[in-house]
Design a binder for this molecule. Sequence first.
Ligand code: SAM
Length: 288
Amino acid sequence: MNELTDIKNIRDILSRHGFTFSKALGQNFLVNPSVCPRIAELGNAKKGFGIIEIGTGIGVLTSELAKRADKVTAVEIDTRLMPILAETLAGYDNVHIVNADVMKTDLAEIIRTDLAGLETAVCANLPYYITSPVIMRLLESRLPIRSITVMVQKEAGVRLCAMPATRECGAVTYAVRYYAEPEMLFKVSRGSFMPPPNVDSCVIRLNIREKPPFELGNEEQYFRVVRGAFSQRRKTAANSISSALGIEKSDVISAIEKSGAEASARPEQLTPGQFADISQLLMKGNAL
Ligand code: SAM
């Protein structure tokens, strides 16, 4: 058993270092001994692979990744954790901790230098306050990675793995399906964490596609239209796109109808193909 999931041991380490949990940084550390080995095994942590981890906490997942993969580069924002990690990960010479904000870190550069010559994958128990921004950054920067295996809040997991044009979907669903094939792996109860969060979690894996499933004339405009449509979920797509992007509502309605959808369609009723048509039509009409 990983001694970093032993509650007595964790309390001892944390109190020796005077560490207190930061809610703002989403610090809920895993204490269920079965979860990290499963994330590591399902997340491509194996020979020939370099793993990028986001948010180490005291290193419970980091150590499971380091046991299996050739190298682990982990990005952790909280400087207070650095002396703790120096102690808990002392036995692993294939771990490099980068003390930085993942949203400001050049992950492509890490892959080129730190993880050179290895296949790469991302594994993390993500800080929940930036789940979607982190995932979007990983996907949009087109990193040469095989998969993203992450623990997220259950509702976020459902949305990330939803099919487009279903009740559960959101703007992020369309992005995930464009760049990856998502899979719901397993559920994790709130009691698996210290301190326990208010909601249950799940582990999902995004298997990165080699090629997008369809051609888009202009990806940036497509995603602007998708995000605009979901910016006010209770409104019709036409209203939301019009107000979010500052386009005449009649132009948006005309594009929506030409795509084959109803003028009153809600964003979650539109397929990726219809969003592609709408953004093309708005671009052709110089509205975008
Ligand atoms: N991996 C550990 C575990 O499973 O116990 C910790 C997971 S905890 C949910 C999230 C971790 O992400 C915390 O250690 C937190 O300090 C770190 N974190 C929060 N915001 C971050 C950011 N912007 N960049 C890098 N790490 C961040």
